[in-house]
Structures are given as structure tokens and as C-alpha cells.
Design a protein around this ligand. Sequence first.
Ligand code: CNA
Length: 238
Amino acid sequence: MEDKIAQLKEMIADSDNIVFFGGAGVSTESGIPDFRSVDGLYNQKWKYPPETILSRSFFERDPAEYYRFHREKLVIDGVKPNRAHLRLAQLEQEGKLKAVITQNIDGLHQAAGSKNVLELHGSILRAYCSRCRKPYPAEIINKGSGVPRCSCGGVIRPDIVLYEEPLDNDIVRSAISYIRNADILIIGGTSLNVYPAAGLINYYRGKKLVLINLSETPYDSYADLIIHEKIGEVFSRV
Ligand code: CNA
């Protein structure tokens, strides 16, 4: 571990073109469960698996049950950025990190001070009407009960990308450009199982692919530096 930390520290010191690509594991140390860890949402008892509840067809079929899950599992009061979010924000301020590309929907990178955050899956901190697209503050979902409705009668939905929905083209294009041009690509806290997001890392052309994840991923053999430790712990030391 010590020499891997030293190696990562040196790589970071030598670069001003780092891009970070992350997932739910970046926020577990803030108290938000991921999907696939033992205490993640896949291993908790719900009538349907998370990817069913978080799908477009389920949302349209049973918005009340969707919102029960959303309020209980996605909205967690008082969460704060952890050492990974904070160090990444600092690296951006120092002019070393060009972008954070995240699959997370929790807004914690921005809360930590990161400015250039590409949210591949949107954010639970925004909402809009699924019929007229009028924007709403997230409180209308988070603090209310039942299915929130717009003045036009449409169902208000969170501004997240549900399963079965496409990613935003502009965000994907921008993410590809950052990844393709990155000197160092640091991937962290993601099982790299959710597509198309995970496929974006195939655009990386460099030779400094760093992977920080507690468990193994399908991309481990491609990494130039692999650290199977807690990401907040790692970033507190580089
Ligand atoms: P995932 O499939 O749940 O994988 C998370 C990975 O992170 C696992 O491989 C874990 O081993 C690893 N991990 C957990 N904790 C740590 C830690 N402290 N340090 C290092 N590694 C850790 O999640 P992905 O992001 O890969 O899957 C993509 C989904 C999950 C996206 O659509 C997200 O929107 C969705 N999600 C987001 C959040 C959030 O916004 N915080 C929470 C839960 C799920």
C-alpha cells in the first residue's frame, strides 16, 4: 500500500491534466450505500431490485412505490462530502484536475467545491415536470409525500437518468473529450458494471490508468496502478 500511495502521489505531482471518473463507492464513506457492496442496495430487502424500481417503465407504472424508494434510499439527510470529494476539489483548484465525471446523483462533488462536474446520471438535487418540463426544487420531492404533481397536472420527477433512458449527449461528448485527452485517468469507487457509462473509459489513450476500488472490477487488468482500498483513505494521503 505504501509504495502504491507514493507512486500515485508522484504521478499527481507531475501532471496538470488529470481526469477523475467515479461511482457510488466515492460516496459510501459519506454514509450513502452503493448498489453492489455487501451492505449496498442490492443486498437490502425490497420488493423489486433497485434497477427495476429506478427504471423509466417502473416510474411510469407505479410512481408512488418509486417515490417510497427514492425518499427512503436516495435522499439521505445531513450527508457531507468525504476526503475523496474534498481532495478532488482541491486538485481542481490547484489546476491539476480538469474534470470529475461521475455516475453519482448525490451532488457531493459540488458540495465539496468541485466546479467542473459532469453528472452522467443527473442529480437528485434537481426536479422537473415530466409533462411540461417546468423545473422544481428537489424539496418538492424530498420533503413531500406521495407523488408530487405540477400545476399542469403532470408528475414531477427527479432530474436523474433512469434505467431505460439515454444519457445526455452533450455530457457524454464532453466526458469523452476529457477522457481522450487526459494524461492521467483516475477511476474510483465504481464496479464498472453499468453501461453505457462504464464504456466511456475505453476512450482513454494514455498510459497512466489508476483504479481505486475496494473490490475487483472487469478493468483491473488494464490498470497501470491498482489500489484495492477505501478511496477516501487513499485521497487523504496523496
Ligand atoms: P456500484 O455498482 O454499487 O459499485 C460501487 C463500487 O464501489 C463497488 O465495486 C465497491 O467495491 C466500491 N466501493 C464501495 N465503497 C468504496 C470505498 N469506500 N472506496 C473504494 N471503493 C468502494 O456503483 P457504480 O457507481 O459502479 O454503479 C453505477 C450506478 C450506481 C450509477 O447509476 C449510480 O447512479 C448509482 N448509485 C449512485 C449513488 C450515489 O449517487 N451516491 C448511490 C448508489 C447507487
